[in-house]
Design a protein around this ligand. Structure first.
Ligand code: KPL
Length: 303
C-alpha cells in the first residue's frame, strides 16, 4: 500500500517513521529546513524509552513528485486544510482515500468540499510528538488512534488500521465520526490552550491544582456543548478522559504550546472557537473556553 502523509511537522514525521517500517511512505511538505534536513540526514526519532532510531523517508514538495497514493494521511495544522485539499486530490490514486488526523472541528468539511464525501474520512490520535529541531522528533506520549469507518472508506481504512497496528501504534475502527471528533475536541480544548499559556508539559496540568481546575472546566464545557448538539462522546467522563490523556502524554508539550514557542499561529480558532460558538447558539455557557480563546488570541498577537 502506498501512503502519502501531508505535513512534515512532529506528527507527520512520527506517523511517517512508524508506517515506513511496514509500507511505502512518502511525506509531502514545504518547510525548507525540515525538507532539507530530512533529505540529507533522514529523521532521528527519540523513542518513548529515550533511545534514538534513524529513518530514511522520501520527502517531496509537490504532489507531482509523489507516487499515486492508496491512502493520504493529513497531518497539517487545521488552518492549512483548505490550502492542502486540492493537493490531496492530486495525490490520490483512483480508489484511494484520505484520512484527516488533525486537531479541530472543520477539517473534514473542508476536505469533503474539494474531494467529495466518498473518499475522505477522519480519525483522531492521542499520540504525542515534539519537534525538537529540523530532523529531530521525540515520541512524547502514547495513546490510541481511532479511525471512523464509512461504507465507502471501509476497505482501505481497515488496511490502514492493520498497518498502524503492525507498526506498533494502537489503532481502532469506530463508526461514529461526530462522536470521535468531539471526543478529541474536548481533550484538545482542555489541554492545548492551557499548556500553551503556561508553557508547561501536559503532565503539569494534572499535577498543579489550579491548572487542573481550569482543564477540568474546559473539558466539562465542551462535553456540555456536545451533549447539546446530540453527540454522545466516546467516553463516559470528559474530565477523567482529559486527565488520563494529559497523564499519558505527561512529558509532551501540547502542539499549541509548540506552536507558540515557535511564534507560529495556533489552532485555537478550530478548537475553542466552535465550542464557544455552538455554546452561544445553544445557550450553554462556555466561560472557560471563551477566556482561553481570548487569551490565546492576545498571546498570538504578541508573537
Ligand atoms: O493532541 C494533542 C496535541 O498536543 O495536539 C495531545 C493529545 C493533547 C497531545 O499533546
Amino acid at each position: 500500500m502506498r501512503i502519502t502523509i501531508v505535513g512534515i511537522g512532529a506528527m507527520g514525521c512520527l506517523f511517517g517513521a512508524y508506517l515506513s517500517q511496514v509500507s511505502e511512505v512518502t511525506l509531502l511538505g514545504h518547510w525548507p529546513e525540515q525538507v532539507a534536513t530530512l533529505r540529507q540526514n533522514g529523521l532521528r526519532l527519540i523513542g518513548l524509552d529515550g533511545g534514538e532510531s534513524h529513518h530514511r523517508l522520501t520527502v517531496v514538495t509537490t504532489p507531482a513528485a509523489a507516487p499515486p497514493a492508496d491512502l493520504v494521511l493529513i497531518l497539517v495544522k487545521s488552518y492549512q486544510t483548505a490550502e492542502v485539499a486540492p493537493l490531496v486530490a492530486q495525490l490520490l490514486a483512483p480508489a484511494g482515500i484520505a484520512v484527516t488526523l488533525q486537531n479541530g472541528l472543520n477539517n473534514l468539511a473542508q476536505l469533503t468540499a474539494v474531494l467529495g464525501s466518498e473518499c475522505v474520512t477522519l480519525g483522531s490520535t492521542a499520540q504525542g510528538a515534539t519537534l525538537i529541531e529540523p530532523g529531530l522528533v521525540r515520541h512524547a506520549g502514547v495513546g490510541p488512534t481511532y479511525l471512523a469507518e464509512t461504507d465507502e472508506t471501509a476497505v482501505r481504512l481497515r488496511q490502514l488500521a492493520c498497518l498502524l497496528q503492525e507498526a506498533g501504534l494502537d489503532t481502532h475502527l469506530v463508526q461514529d465520526a461526530a462522536s470521535l471528533l468531539w471526543g478529541k475536541l474536548a481533550i484538545n480544548a482542555a489541554i492545548n490552550p492551557l499548556g500553551a499559556l503556561l508553557n508547561v508539559p501536559n503532565g503539569y496540568l494534572v499535577r498543579n491544582a489550579t491548572a487542573r481546575k481550569f482543564m477540568v472546566a474546559a473539558a466539562r464545557e465542551a462535553a456540555a456543548v456536545a451533549e447539546g448538539l446530540g453527540i454522545s462522546l466516546p467516553y463516559a467522563d470528559a474530565t477523567a478522559q482529559a486527565i488520563a490523556v494529559a497523564q499519558a502524554t505527561a512529558s509532551n508539550y501540547a502542539s499549541m504550546s509548540q506552536d507558540m514557542q515557535r511564534g507560529r499561529p495556533t489552532e485555537i480558532e478550530a478548537i475553542c472557537g466552535p465550542i464557544v460558538r455552538y455554546g452561544r447558539q445553544l445557550g450553554i455557557p462556555t466561560p472557560v473556553n471563551g477566556r482561553l480563546l481570548t487569551l490565546i488570541n492576545s498571546a498570538e498577537d504578541r508573537v
